[in-house]
Design a protein around this ligand. Structure first.
Ligand code: CP
Length: 297
């Protein structure tokens, strides 16, 4: 049985296996039965896609699913997160999907637990491994054997756990060239893989795929703010900026989308948009992740 806390924890072979297994589940609909296992979800930050797709993935494999809402749990009476998990573990629950605003917290929590495992569903600005795996599955579904892709990510790279995990998977699978586009104020402290630029035209030149990131207003402090009008005029994916990419460029976004901030509304459900494919792929990737964490496949 395994944790999934960071893309750093998994090998290239394991990533390739997870993608193949998720594609198999997606195309065959032959699902295993893990009715002896449970999944518990704890989300200290809001979520639609990640929480629901993990829960749906578990239900497709006949697992029991329990959702804990931290706001209505005994943490509201002062119980610590460590005690919360130890009490759930004492009930026999031993696989947790957790999202939390604190970077690296889950690394600490796994050391407190006795015989339980955690899947990181997003920790602060650090990692969102299942999102990166479904994003790369989406790319591999489109371009099964192309490892000379040109891909760009645009947005607030400084605060993006999605971008961090994506860079690591992209690099481990050696998929091609990655451009990281952001205004300098949102450049990350650490680049795992890719070339940073604040020049949208240069960054989008000839790209096959462009992924816009959500502008996370909840993570911005006074030092991080830029004029929304300036951001939108320089970095929004719209008819003006998209002309620098290939005409057939595919559009991705991890969601939720701020329409007409990072992505023009006309592109969200555009024929070249893969955004809802990402969401669909996420269910099957999360089935593969659950199996892998349970020690099957
Ligand atoms: N992409 C993503 O993490 O979406 P949710 O916040 O809705 O889970």
């Amino acid at each position: 049985v395994r944790n999934l806390l960071s893309i750093s924890d998994i090998s290239t072979e394991e990533i390739a296996h997870l993608i193949e297994r998720a594609q198999y589940l997606q195309t065959t609909h032959l699902y295993p039965n893990y009715s002896q296992h449970s999944l518990t979800t704890l989300f200290y930050e809001n979520s639609t896609r990640t929480r629901v797709s993990f829960e749906w993935a578990a239900k497709k494999m006949h697992m029991s699913v329990i959702h804990i809402n931290p706001a209505s749990s005994s943490e509201s009476k002062g119980e610590s997160i460590e005690d919360t998990l130890l009490n759930l573990e004492a009930m026999g629950l031993n696989l947790f999907v957790m999202r939390h605003q604190q970077n690296g917290l889950m690394q600490h929590l796994v050391s407190v637990l006795n015989d339980s495992y955690i899947i990181n569903a997003g920790d602060g600005t650090h990692q969102h491994p299942s999102q990166a795996l479904l994003d790369i599955m989406t790319i591999k579904n489109q371009y099964p054997s192309d490892n000379k892709l040109k891909v760009a990510i645009v947005g607030n790279l400084k605060h993006s756990r999605v971008a961090n995990s994506f860079q690591q998977v992209f690099s481990k699978l050696n998929l091609g060239e990655l451009r990281l586009i952001a205004p300098k104020i949102w450049w990350p402290e650490q680049v795992y893989f890719g070339d940073l630029t604040d020049d949208m035209k240069q960054g989008l030149q000839d790209v096959d795929i462009v992924m816009a990131l959500r502008i996370q207003k909840e993570r911005l402090d006074d030092n991080d703010t830029i004029s929304w009008d300036e951001y939108k005029s320089l970095y929004m994916l719209n008819e003006n900026t998209m002309k620098w990419a290939k005409p057939e460029v595919k559009i991705m976004h991890p969601g939720p989308v701020n329409h007409d901030v990072e992505l023009a509304s006309s592109y969200v459900h555009h024929p070249q948009s893969l955004i809802l494919s990402q969401v669909n792929n996420g269910v099957f990737m999360r089935m593969a992740i659950l199996e892998w964490c349970l020690g099957y496949h």
